[in-house]
Design a protein around this ligand. Structure first.
Ligand code: SF4
Ligand code: F3S
Length: 106
């Protein structure tokens, strides 16, 4: 199993998750972070850190975000790892804004 970064990270990238990861499993792409399934030890620490609830345990990824499991696995190795806090992207959304978007698209 592995943990997965999903849609809510896109264009937000708060990076709080990367700080708590004990094994540097996060990789930083321009618009979001990805978790490397080969590195993640399933410790669950990152889930509570994300202010927009973007991270799920592999078997708990909601159906609408299923594609992200494959995307994390494929994309992570293309980018360097990240273990420090950086400023969020300038137009980062709040959890309430994401919930509105989710409600409209479901
Ligand atoms: Fe890192 Fe643990 Fe999150 Fe995996 S579950 S990415 S090991 S903090
Ligand atoms: Fe993304 Fe949340 Fe981490 S927005 S960078 S998964 S804290």
């Amino acid at each position: 199993m592995t943990y997965v970064v999903t849609e809510h990270c896109l264009k937000c990238k708060y990076t709080d998750c990367a700080v708590v990861c004990p094994v540097e499993a996060f990789h930083e792409a321009p618009e979001m972070l990805y978790i490397n399934p080969a590195t993640c030890i399933d410790c669950n620490l990152c889930v509570a850190e994300c202010p927009v609830e973007a991270i799920y345990a592999g078997e708990e990824v909601p159906k609408r975000y299923e594609k992200w499991t494959k995307i994390n696995a494929e994309e992570c190795e293309k980018y360097p790892t990240i273990a420090e806090k950086k400023p969020a992207l300038p137009d980062a959304l709040t959890l309430d804004q994401w919930k509105e978007i989710d409600a409209k698209s479901s």
